[in-house]
Design a protein around this ligand. Structure first.
Ligand code: ZN
Length: 187
């Protein structure tokens, strides 16, 4: 499409549609911080990083960023996402969805193992997701996480992100800055 306005006329409602869906699905869920921030702030922040920092205008990628935790953490199904947002968005969401039937420790190991094989678009969602999580951890740590657990989180996050590099320098830079800040604060 050559007309920039037409692009925006499609992109904005498409992204807001995904935002409404995510807000509805995450209704009542809170982040782990002491302030009990509404969960929906997290995917909104992820999309803000992708678009605002990463300069990404790929609407499917931004929609998938908004929906990235819906299958893992709500009753949303892959089929529902495909019906509403198409197959490409569904498969991106599924690439970054953990298998909840596995033990937590196994899931974290698999994230490290799977990262290098993700599609470039899924890697960008991972980068923004981990950046958002580190940002939250610095600003308002999970209420019940002791220092050691926070340190382990940063180490693990770095290992996942090691497999997600090479597709967006600005997103990598902000991830690295947040990881450095987190490490400095957790000593
Ligand atoms: Zn997330």
């Amino acid at each position: 499409m050559t007309d920039g306005n037409t692009d925006i006329a499609i992109a904005i409602p498409a992204l807001l549609e995904a935002t409404l869906f995510a807000a509805d699905k995450h209704r009542g869920q809170k982040r782990k911080d002491a302030q009990k921030t509404p969960y929906i702030n997290h995917p909104i922040y992820v999309v803000n990083l992708l678009a605002g920092v990463g300069g990404i205008t790929d609407v499917e990628l931004l929609q998938a960023g908004m929906l990235h935790d819906t299958v893992e953490d709500t009753d949303a199904t892959p089929e529902e996402i495909e019906t509403l947002f198409g197959y490409a968005v569904r498969s991106l969401v599924m690439e970054v969805t953990d298998d909840k039937s596995l033990e937590k420790q196994e899931r974290t190991r698999i994230q490290i193992e799977k990262a290098p094989g993700l599609s470039p678009r899924a890697k960008l969602i991972k980068l923004a997701d981990k950046t958002a999580n580190l940002t939250d951890m610095i600003a308002s740590p999970p209420a019940h996480w002791p220092l050691e657990r926070r340190q382990q989180y940063v180490v693990w996050s770095d290992k996942v992100i090691a497999g997600c590099r090479g597709h967006n320098t600005r997103l990598e830079e902000i991830y690295d800055a947040r990881a450095m800040e987190a490490r400095a604060r957790l000593t």
